[in-house]
Design a protein around this ligand. Structure first.
Ligand SMILES: [Zn+2]
Length: 137
């Protein structure tokens, strides 16, 4: 299995980190950690770019972070035409981990601010595709 169930449009059919999508389907948002040097990755990687080890394990992403930056898209590329306006942001978990994702549409755009306390949660679209999103903490 690949990433065919992930996101609004999936461009990666086969990957060594396909378990990410299975975990997401179970409600778990996980990254990978290198068992040799401890480097953490999100999105998950199957090989460590720090020490080149292939010895990786899964770990649960933190649930509390702050919004480091964001932007709102009022125009979307092919395949996402029905989605705007939507806001994307970067969450800083204060331990070297950062995550890029869309913010939940339940958060009014006017309420979004740098530094706000946020969390992440799995997301299921109406068509059965799955992803994750940033929510207010
Ligand atoms: Zn490593």
């Amino acid at each position: 299995m690949g990433f065919d169930k992930f996101g609004r449009k999936s461009f990666t059919a086969i990957t060594k980190t396909a378990k990410f999508v299975d975990l997401l389907g179970e409600g778990k948002i996980e990254g990978t950690v290198c068992t040799k040097c401890g480097a953490k990755y999100f999105p998950p990687r199957s090989d460590c770019s720090a020490c080149l080890s292939k010895e990786m394990e899964w770990f649960a992403m933190p649930t509390k972070g702050t919004l480091e930056t964001f932007t709102t898209a009022y125009y979307a590329p092919f395949g996402f035409e029905a989605d705007p306006p939507y806001t994307m942001g970067v969450v800083d978990f204060n331990d070297g981990l950062k995550l890029f994702a869309r913010l939940s549409k339940a958060i009014p755009i006017a309420d979004i601010a740098v530094g706000m306390n946020v969390s992440i949660q799995p997301l299921k679209y109406d068509d059965g595709q799955i992803s994750f999103e940033i929510i207010k903490a």
